[in-house]
Design a protein around this ligand. Structure first.
Ligand code: IPE
Ligand code: IPE
Ligand code: MG
Length: 225
Protein backbone atom coordinates (compact mmCIF):
# COMPACT_ATOMS: atom_id res chain seq x y z
CA UNK A 1 0.00 0.00 0.00
CA UNK A 2 1.47 3.34 -1.03
CA UNK A 3 1.51 6.04 1.61
CA UNK A 4 0.15 9.44 0.62
CA UNK A 5 2.01 12.60 1.56
CA UNK A 6 0.82 15.04 -1.02
CA UNK A 7 -1.96 15.22 -3.63
CA UNK A 8 -1.97 17.88 -6.36
CA UNK A 9 -5.22 18.87 -8.06
CA UNK A 10 -6.03 20.78 -11.26
CA UNK A 11 -9.63 21.87 -10.81
CA UNK A 12 -10.78 22.28 -14.39
CA UNK A 13 -14.23 22.62 -15.90
CA UNK A 14 -15.98 25.26 -13.79
CA UNK A 15 -16.74 27.52 -16.74
CA UNK A 16 -18.23 24.74 -18.86
CA UNK A 17 -20.26 23.53 -15.88
CA UNK A 18 -21.88 26.96 -15.44
CA UNK A 19 -22.56 27.36 -19.17
CA UNK A 20 -24.04 23.87 -19.44
CA UNK A 21 -26.67 24.94 -16.94
CA UNK A 22 -27.52 28.07 -18.89
CA UNK A 23 -25.75 30.19 -16.28
CA UNK A 24 -22.45 32.10 -16.24
CA UNK A 25 -18.93 30.66 -16.09
CA UNK A 26 -18.66 32.37 -12.71
CA UNK A 27 -21.59 30.32 -11.40
CA UNK A 28 -19.36 27.30 -11.99
CA UNK A 29 -16.50 28.86 -10.05
CA UNK A 30 -18.83 29.51 -7.14
CA UNK A 31 -19.98 25.88 -7.11
CA UNK A 32 -16.36 24.72 -7.40
CA UNK A 33 -15.52 26.12 -3.97
CA UNK A 34 -17.82 23.57 -2.30
CA UNK A 35 -15.88 20.73 -3.90
CA UNK A 36 -12.61 22.06 -2.46
CA UNK A 37 -14.20 22.21 0.98
CA UNK A 38 -15.47 18.64 0.75
CA UNK A 39 -12.11 17.28 -0.35
CA UNK A 40 -10.23 19.10 2.40
CA UNK A 41 -12.62 17.63 4.97
CA UNK A 42 -12.22 14.12 3.55
CA UNK A 43 -8.43 14.50 3.41
CA UNK A 44 -8.28 15.46 7.09
CA UNK A 45 -10.29 12.32 7.88
CA UNK A 46 -7.90 10.25 5.81
CA UNK A 47 -4.88 11.95 7.41
CA UNK A 48 -3.47 13.17 4.12
CA UNK A 49 -0.91 15.78 5.15
CA UNK A 50 -0.72 18.05 2.07
CA UNK A 51 -3.03 19.13 -0.74
CA UNK A 52 -2.19 21.54 -3.54
CA UNK A 53 -4.97 23.14 -5.60
CA UNK A 54 -4.26 24.93 -8.87
CA UNK A 55 -6.34 28.05 -8.31
CA UNK A 56 -5.05 30.68 -10.76
CA UNK A 57 -2.32 30.23 -13.33
CA UNK A 58 0.07 32.77 -14.79
CA UNK A 59 -1.77 32.14 -18.08
CA UNK A 60 -5.20 32.83 -16.59
CA UNK A 61 -4.49 36.59 -16.89
CA UNK A 62 -5.57 36.15 -20.52
CA UNK A 63 -9.18 35.74 -19.33
CA UNK A 64 -11.74 38.58 -19.34
CA UNK A 65 -11.12 41.12 -16.55
CA UNK A 66 -14.57 40.46 -15.12
CA UNK A 67 -13.86 36.75 -14.64
CA UNK A 68 -10.47 37.46 -13.06
CA UNK A 69 -11.92 39.91 -10.57
CA UNK A 70 -14.74 37.49 -9.77
CA UNK A 71 -12.20 34.77 -8.97
CA UNK A 72 -10.18 37.05 -6.71
CA UNK A 73 -13.31 38.30 -4.96
CA UNK A 74 -14.44 34.70 -4.46
CA UNK A 75 -11.16 33.88 -2.73
CA UNK A 76 -11.32 37.02 -0.57
CA UNK A 77 -14.93 36.40 0.46
CA UNK A 78 -14.23 32.76 1.21
CA UNK A 79 -11.35 33.56 3.52
CA UNK A 80 -13.08 36.42 5.28
CA UNK A 81 -16.01 34.10 6.04
CA UNK A 82 -14.17 30.87 6.74
CA UNK A 83 -10.73 31.68 8.13
CA UNK A 84 -11.76 31.08 11.74
CA UNK A 85 -13.27 27.71 10.85
CA UNK A 86 -10.17 26.75 8.91
CA UNK A 87 -8.05 27.61 11.89
CA UNK A 88 -10.33 25.68 14.24
CA UNK A 89 -10.04 22.64 11.98
CA UNK A 90 -6.25 22.85 11.89
CA UNK A 91 -5.96 23.83 8.23
CA UNK A 92 -2.71 25.56 7.40
CA UNK A 93 -3.03 27.71 4.28
CA UNK A 94 0.05 28.28 2.12
CA UNK A 95 0.38 30.05 -1.19
CA UNK A 96 2.52 28.90 -4.10
CA UNK A 97 3.10 31.51 -6.75
CA UNK A 98 4.03 35.09 -7.39
CA UNK A 99 1.79 36.90 -4.91
CA UNK A 100 3.88 40.06 -5.11
CA UNK A 101 2.28 41.12 -8.37
CA UNK A 102 -1.32 40.42 -7.37
CA UNK A 103 -3.78 43.28 -6.66
CA UNK A 104 -3.33 44.75 -3.18
CA UNK A 105 -6.61 43.51 -1.73
CA UNK A 106 -6.15 39.82 -2.49
CA UNK A 107 -2.48 40.00 -1.54
CA UNK A 108 -3.44 41.33 1.86
CA UNK A 109 -6.13 38.68 2.29
CA UNK A 110 -3.73 35.85 1.38
CA UNK A 111 -0.99 37.10 3.69
CA UNK A 112 -3.47 37.41 6.53
CA UNK A 113 -4.85 33.91 5.95
CA UNK A 114 -1.43 32.27 5.81
CA UNK A 115 -0.32 34.16 8.86
CA UNK A 116 -3.39 33.29 10.95
CA UNK A 117 -3.13 29.57 10.15
CA UNK A 118 0.64 29.18 10.20
CA UNK A 119 0.68 26.95 13.28
CA UNK A 120 -2.17 24.68 12.18
CA UNK A 121 -1.19 21.03 12.09
CA UNK A 122 -4.00 18.85 10.72
CA UNK A 123 -3.40 19.49 7.03
CA UNK A 124 -1.51 21.89 4.82
CA UNK A 125 -3.49 23.28 1.91
CA UNK A 126 -1.40 24.96 -0.77
CA UNK A 127 -3.21 27.27 -3.13
CA UNK A 128 -1.29 27.84 -6.34
CA UNK A 129 -2.21 31.41 -7.22
CA UNK A 130 -0.52 33.36 -10.00
CA UNK A 131 1.50 30.19 -10.31
CA UNK A 132 3.28 29.01 -13.44
CA UNK A 133 5.88 26.31 -13.44
CA UNK A 134 8.09 27.88 -16.10
CA UNK A 135 8.17 31.12 -14.15
CA UNK A 136 9.00 29.21 -10.98
CA UNK A 137 11.87 27.30 -12.60
CA UNK A 138 13.39 30.35 -14.30
CA UNK A 139 13.05 32.38 -11.14
CA UNK A 140 14.81 29.67 -9.16
CA UNK A 141 17.74 29.70 -11.58
CA UNK A 142 17.96 33.46 -11.26
CA UNK A 143 18.09 33.23 -7.46
CA UNK A 144 20.83 30.59 -7.54
CA UNK A 145 22.82 32.66 -10.02
CA UNK A 146 22.43 35.85 -8.02
CA UNK A 147 23.51 34.13 -4.80
CA UNK A 148 26.28 32.31 -6.65
CA UNK A 149 24.90 29.06 -5.25
CA UNK A 150 26.06 25.81 -6.82
CA UNK A 151 23.34 24.39 -9.08
CA UNK A 152 22.47 21.06 -7.51
CA UNK A 153 19.11 19.31 -7.33
CA UNK A 154 18.93 20.00 -3.60
CA UNK A 155 19.83 23.70 -3.82
CA UNK A 156 17.39 24.09 -6.67
CA UNK A 157 14.49 22.50 -4.78
CA UNK A 158 15.25 24.68 -1.79
CA UNK A 159 14.38 27.76 -3.83
CA UNK A 160 11.18 26.48 -5.42
CA UNK A 161 7.81 27.63 -4.06
CA UNK A 162 7.43 24.05 -2.82
CA UNK A 163 10.50 24.23 -0.58
CA UNK A 164 10.13 21.61 2.17
CA UNK A 165 7.07 20.04 0.52
CA UNK A 166 7.47 16.46 -0.74
CA UNK A 167 6.65 15.98 -4.43
CA UNK A 168 2.99 15.09 -5.11
CA UNK A 169 2.35 11.34 -5.02
CA UNK A 170 -0.32 11.88 -7.59
CA UNK A 171 -2.14 14.48 -9.61
CA UNK A 172 -5.85 14.64 -10.32
CA UNK A 173 -7.13 16.76 -13.21
CA UNK A 174 -10.86 17.04 -13.81
CA UNK A 175 -12.51 18.51 -16.89
CA UNK A 176 -11.51 15.97 -19.52
CA UNK A 177 -8.25 17.54 -20.74
CA UNK A 178 -5.07 15.52 -20.50
CA UNK A 179 -2.48 18.22 -20.00
CA UNK A 180 -0.51 19.86 -17.21
CA UNK A 181 -1.08 23.52 -18.20
CA UNK A 182 2.23 24.67 -16.70
CA UNK A 183 1.54 23.18 -13.25
CA UNK A 184 4.35 21.79 -11.07
CA UNK A 185 6.43 20.51 -14.02
CA UNK A 186 9.47 19.81 -11.85
CA UNK A 187 7.56 18.41 -8.88
CA UNK A 188 5.32 16.05 -10.88
CA UNK A 189 8.21 14.30 -12.62
CA UNK A 190 7.44 10.97 -10.90
CA UNK A 191 3.83 11.43 -9.83
CA UNK A 192 0.98 9.18 -10.92
CA UNK A 193 -1.51 11.05 -13.12
CA UNK A 194 -5.30 10.68 -12.96
CA UNK A 195 -7.40 12.44 -15.58
CA UNK A 196 -11.10 12.60 -14.90
CA UNK A 197 -13.78 13.51 -17.47
CA UNK A 198 -16.17 14.99 -14.92
CA UNK A 199 -16.18 18.79 -14.63
CA UNK A 200 -14.81 20.09 -11.33
CA UNK A 201 -18.15 21.04 -9.71
CA UNK A 202 -19.40 17.48 -10.37
CA UNK A 203 -16.37 15.81 -8.78
CA UNK A 204 -17.46 14.05 -5.59
CA UNK A 205 -15.81 12.74 -2.45
CA UNK A 206 -16.70 9.27 -3.78
CA UNK A 207 -14.69 9.94 -6.98
CA UNK A 208 -11.82 11.16 -4.81
CA UNK A 209 -11.90 8.03 -2.63
CA UNK A 210 -11.82 5.79 -5.69
CA UNK A 211 -8.67 7.49 -7.02
CA UNK A 212 -7.02 7.25 -3.60
CA UNK A 213 -7.76 3.52 -3.51
CA UNK A 214 -6.38 3.08 -7.02
CA UNK A 215 -3.22 4.97 -6.12
CA UNK A 216 -2.62 2.92 -3.00
CA UNK A 217 -2.29 -0.21 -5.12
CA UNK A 218 -0.02 1.14 -7.87
CA UNK A 219 3.49 -0.27 -8.10
CA UNK A 220 5.86 2.68 -8.22
CA UNK A 221 9.27 2.01 -9.71
CA UNK A 222 11.16 5.30 -9.76
CA UNK A 223 13.29 3.80 -12.50
CA UNK A 224 13.95 0.60 -10.57
CA UNK A 225 12.32 -2.75 -11.40
C1 IPE B 1 -11.51 26.31 -13.41
O1 IPE B 1 -12.04 25.86 -14.58
C2 IPE B 1 -10.10 26.76 -13.52
C3 IPE B 1 -9.83 28.05 -12.87
C4 IPE B 1 -9.12 28.98 -13.46
C5 IPE B 1 -10.33 28.30 -11.52
P1 IPE B 1 -12.14 26.73 -15.88
O2 IPE B 1 -12.52 28.14 -15.56
O3 IPE B 1 -10.90 26.59 -16.69
O4 IPE B 1 -13.35 26.04 -16.61
P2 IPE B 1 -13.41 25.57 -18.11
O5 IPE B 1 -12.23 24.67 -18.34
O6 IPE B 1 -13.34 26.80 -18.95
O7 IPE B 1 -14.70 24.86 -18.22
C1 IPE C 1 -5.66 25.19 -15.47
O1 IPE C 1 -6.87 25.27 -16.09
C2 IPE C 1 -5.52 26.31 -14.48
C3 IPE C 1 -6.27 26.16 -13.23
C4 IPE C 1 -7.00 25.13 -12.92
C5 IPE C 1 -6.11 27.25 -12.30
P1 IPE C 1 -7.06 26.07 -17.45
O2 IPE C 1 -8.46 25.92 -17.84
O3 IPE C 1 -6.54 27.44 -17.31
O4 IPE C 1 -6.09 25.25 -18.43
P2 IPE C 1 -5.99 25.30 -20.01
O5 IPE C 1 -5.66 26.71 -20.39
O6 IPE C 1 -7.29 24.88 -20.57
O7 IPE C 1 -4.90 24.35 -20.35
MG1 MG D 1 -10.27 25.24 -18.08
Amino acid sequence: MNKINHIAIIMDGNGRWGKKRGKSRNFGHLKGVEVIQNLVKESIKKKIPILTFFTFSTENWKRPKKEISFLFKLIEDYFSKEINNLKKNGVKISILGNIKSLPKKIKKCLLKSTNLTKNCKNIRVNLAINYGSKHEILNTFKILKKNQTKVTERNFENKLYTKGVPDPDFLIRTGGKKRLSNFLLWQLSYSELYFVDKLWPDFTVGDYRKIIEQFRKVKRNFGNI
